[in-house]
Design a protein around this ligand. Structure first.
Ligand SMILES: [Zn+2]
Length: 311
């Protein structure tokens, strides 16, 4: 009968609607539950490892940019406005741009002290905490050296804290973050054991850095820092300082000079030409070289390049 048919049809339509509505609701978290704003590529890569398809990660900088000096441009403000989680090195590395972005964002979720504000360097033992803060000594980091990611053991500690933070912010996917975290840490610890074996010949090897951004790596591998191309942290190399380094290296030569993709290579090349000490660019962060495609590749390539240079 016609009325019954029409009722059945109506029921079917309603059912279809309910099913569609249901799947839409279910589908919402899958369309990236957490919007992450990472200050540096290494934290973008780590968050991606832990979050998988449950996160949408935006890295504010690339390996070619100097994270000490970033302009708080409108495109960054737009990104930070929609972020649920901010992941930065902290310890004032981003003091020139993140506070301004946070103020401009009008986003309460990621302000200092909110669960969405995560400073990676707060979860590790920091090196080079100055006893006296004196800006005359250069662009010092008064909270200690913020470049903590160059020691892979720090990345393991930070991964655990970050995984818990993500679970707290997005409880519906907490189990997923924890199981991805466990999988990452298992692979990471195995990789650390491998790198430590490979890097054994680097122990005691003296190294000239550009900026003090490899201090944690040097501490981990037992290398010895014997100078920096910057006369004072944060100040660009000067002819007088380079001439002094050339003289010092003639008396006590280092084995290798390193710089990062965000540094100009000229000072390293200048010193290398005059002292015959090899200069090598290390990836410094994810994306810094072709091989540093992820965090594993970052350390594979860093250790590999140093071994090749000092052999
Ligand atoms: Zn620095």
């Amino acid at each position: 009968m016609a009325p019954t048919n029409s009722k059945v049809t109506n029921m079917k339509t309603i059912l279809r609607f309910v099913v569609a509505l249901g799947s839409a609701v279910v589908a919402l978290p899958a369309a990236a539950a957490l919007n992450v704003f990472a200050c540096e590529p290494e934290w973008g890569a780590l968050t991606q490892e832990l979050g998988g398809d449950k996160t949408s990660v935006y890295s504010a900088t690339t390996a070619l940019q100097d994270a000490h000096r970033i302009e708080a441009r409108p495109s960054l403000i737009a990104r930070i406005r929609s972020a649920d989680l901010l992941v930065c090195s902290g310890s004032e590395l981003e003091i020139g741009w993140i506070p301004l972005l946070l103020t401009q964002s009008g986003n309460p979720r990621i302000q200092l002290g909110s669960p969405g504000y995560f400073e990676a360097s707060q979860y590790v033992v920091k090196l080079e905490i100055p006893k006296v803060i004196d800006r005359a000594l250069g662009d010092l980091h008064p909270g200690g050296n913020p470049h903590v990611h160059t020691d892979p053991r720090n990345i393991a500690r930070i991964a655990q804290a970050l995984e818990e933070r993500m679970a707290q912010l997005d409880p519906a996917n907490a189990d997923g973050y924890r199981s991805r975290g466990k999988s990452f840490l298992d692979r990471w610890q195995a990789a650390i054991a491998r790198w430590e074996q490979q890097a054994a010949p680097l122990k005691g090897v003296s190294i000239v850095v550009y900026h003090k951004d490899f201090s944690y790596f040097i501490n981990w591998t037992g290398m010895r820092e014997s100078g920096s191309l910057e006369p004072k942290p944060g100040l660009p190399p000067t002819p007088a300082h380079l001439a002094d380094l050339v003289d010092r290296m003639k008396i006590q030569p280092a084995k290798v000079i390193v710089y990062s993709p965000y540094n100009s290579p000229q000072a390293a090349q200048f010193l290398s030409e005059r002292t015959k000490i090899p200069a090598v660019m290390l990836p410094f962060t994810v994306g810094g070289t072709d091989k540093a495609k992820d965090l594993f590749g970052l350390f594979d390539d860093t250790v590999g390049r140093l071994l090749a240079a000092v052999k």
